[in-house]
Write a protein that binds this ligand. Structure first.
Ligand code: 6R9
Length: 587
């Protein structure tokens, strides 16, 4: 059912797509109207957690299962909307007991466990800022993010605490409290049990008092230069999460929805917590890692109706062949979508042939907060295209003018993908980096850093990144973090990182290293350097391949020219290399 200026009320059995007439909505829709549908009384307040759980309780869905958790050892745990409302109240009360105040950051370092979801909701109710840290990060990315976020409180597991935090505690001056989800703190000061505190807390709280512009989320993401950047989102983002979940993922109350993304990254929060709960679905969370057999079994046994996943996973399923699918009835699956990396046409068609429907590609970024461009259900899928902008979103292909401002390019021309500001989930800043934030905008456009084209029918086609960040298995990795760690090894004089195209992961991280005098390249040293990086960075961020070079190519000002390393890796002729050297990002 279309948006009519009143709250959307799609029903499960309706054969029509939620976004039935995008063209009409493009002209009549306004974010202000959509915002007016949400809010806690009095109407100028807005809170993500209240919209996600308490509103559902208020509207009579308290007994509906909100979260169905599947443990990696086949445990199951279910939470109704009413239980999530009550437990998140409790956790907000726990936070208040520690003196956590509005805008204070609370980090979580954990896999997909129920406590992560309670922490997120409790943070929002308390007015704190939820900041997830990917559990497969090694101690170095964790240290940098904990320090930059200035988090006062961390929720984590005993194992992760012991492996990644305890030894760093003296280097984390802001971190006052650690709550362990599976144990008590023993005698260690500043470490307590999450569950003991939760059990002792009160069920009730007054209505949240946050306003739409109050900070709610901090997501660390990567750029070409410098350490990772903390993108800040406000409570108002929930307006976009809810509507884009309804339009691009076709979510309806009663759906059983599985988002395979980890909440350590933006998709796992925007579409792994907020969009599904605000659309009153049952959210399936699987703690286990990818396994083709398990995934098909989950889709069938949980009767998943909407599935949001990623190209790397789809390519792994394609690789696994038809055998793991045998005997599984996927007839409840109504809609499948993908995000995070280019979705190759073969993967879209494989969905059609093997699962009876195409994967619907969607495009967005940490900074945009929510899906901007999508192959929504009422749009004809063009395999290889990211789709068209959602209502309320205007996208264009532009070129930055050297004198400032941007120029729109004609259809078919390659340029930077830009979005006209504002929309509710647009990030509100990079933590402590106003200049960098400002550099993302020109005229009234947000510049994405992605290169793309637009065709005559308004579909957008991804070309690549304009900078040096890398998507590997859907994870966005910046070169600085990897190169910096390699440079800490006594043998390394220079290090450069690139993405090497890979059939499954999209790219793998490959490092090039020049050694200091007195060190000789050898297989043993290569293994040592990869191991050194893995221990510090964690397996998701560390290079998988490493090659020695006498010298790395550099600009006159001494910056490593990653584009030349990439061209060398791809065997591009030297003629092309000279033009690559002119690219502004290398100067
Ligand atoms: C949500 C998320 C953002 C970058 C983005 C682009 C790449 C995302 C894509 C896609 C091709 C798609 N990306 N969706 N590339 N087709 N459908 O992934 O956020 O981690 O910030 O990454 O991912 O390069 O700029 P984030």
């Amino acid at each position: 059912m279309a948006w009519t200026g009143m709250r959307i009320a799609p029903t499960l059995g309706d054969p029509a797509p939620n976004l039935v007439d995008a063209e009409r909505l493009r002209t009549s829709f306004s974010w202000a109207h959509a915002r007016a549908e949400l809010g806690t009384p009095p109407g100028d307040r807005l809170n993500i957690a209240w919209e996600a759980v308490d509103r559902q309780v208020q509207e009579g869905r308290g007994d509906v299962i909100a979260l169905r958790w599947l443990g990696k050892n086949d445990e199951r745990q279910e939470f109704s909307y009413a239980e999530l409302a009550r437990l998140s109240n409790r956790f907000a009360n726990v936070l208040e007991g520690f003196g956590i105040e509005r805008a204070d950051r609370v980090c979580v370092l954990a896999g997909r466990i129920p406590e992560l979801y309670l922490t997120a909701l409790g943070c929002w109710k308390a007015g704190a800022v939820f900041c997830p840290l990917f559990s497969a990060f090694g101690p170095e990315p964790v240290r940098v993010r904990l320090n930059n976020s200035q988090a006062r409180l961390l929720v984590t597991t005993r194992l992760l605490y012991e492996r990644k935090i305890r030894a760093l505690r003296s280097q984390l001056p802001h971190l006052e409290q650690v709550l362990l989800t599976d144990g008590d703190g023993g005698d260690e000061p500043g470490v307590q049990s999450f569950h003991s505190l939760l059990a002792a807390a009160a069920d009730h709280r007054p209505l949240p008092t946050t306003g739409p512009g109050d900070a709610a989320l901090l997501h660390f993401t990567s750029g070409t230069t410098g350490a990772s950047k903390g993108a800040i989102h406000a409570h108002e983002a929930v307006v976009a999460h809810r509507l884009t979940g309804c339009w691009a993922l076709d979510l309806r109350p009663g759906d059983i929805y599985w988002c395979t993304a980890d909440p350590g990254w933006v998709t796992g929060v925007s579409y792994g917590i907020i969009a599904p709960l605000t659309n009153a679905v049952t959210l399936v969370v699987d703690e286990a890692e990818f396994d083709a057999r398990r995934w098909y079994a989950t889709l069938a046994q949980e009767r998943v109706s909407v599935w949001y996943t990623a190209p790397t996973a789809i390519r792994m399923l394609m690789k696994a062949g038809p055998t793991p699918l045998h005997g599984h009835d996927l007839s409840t699956l109504r809609f499948m979508a993908s995000v995070g990396e280019p979705l190759n046409p073969e993967a879209v068609l494989w969905g059609q042939e093997t699962l009876g429907q195409p994967f619907h590609d969607t495009w967005w970024q940490t900074e945009t907060g929510a899906i901007m461009i999508a192959n929504y259900r009422s749009l004809e899928v063009r395999p290889g295209s990211m789709g068209r902008p959602l209502p309320g979103i205007e996208a264009a292909i532009v070129r930055r003018r050297p004198t400032g401002g941007v120029e729109r390019l004609a259809n078919g021309k390659e340029g930077e993908l830009a979005l006209r500001i504002p929309w509710p989930s647009l990030f509100r800043g990079y933590l402590d980096d106003e200049e960098r934030y400002r550099s993302c905008f020109a005229d009234d456009w947000y510049l994405s850093g992605d290169l793309a084209t637009q065709d005559d029918d308004g579909y957008f086609w991804f070309v690549g990144r304009a900078d040096d960040v890398i998507k590997t298995a859907g994870h966005l990795i910046g070169p600085f973090e990897v190169e910096n760690v390699l440079m800490e090894h006594p043998a390394v004089a220079e290090a450069g990182m690139i993405g090497k195209p890979d059939e499954f992961a999209g790219n793998i991280i490959k490092a090039f290293v020049a050694l200091k005098p007195g060190y000789a390249a050898s297989d043993a040293l290569r293994k040592e350097l990869i191991g050194f990086a893995r221990t510090r960075l964690g397996p998701a961020v560390a290079p998988r391949e490493l090659e020695f070079m006498a010298d790395l190519p550099k600009t006159r000002s001494g910056k490593i020219m990653r584009r030349l390393l990439r061209a060398r890796e791809l065997g591009q002729p030297l003629d092309d290399l000279s033009t690559l050297m002119e690219k502004p990002s290398e100067s």
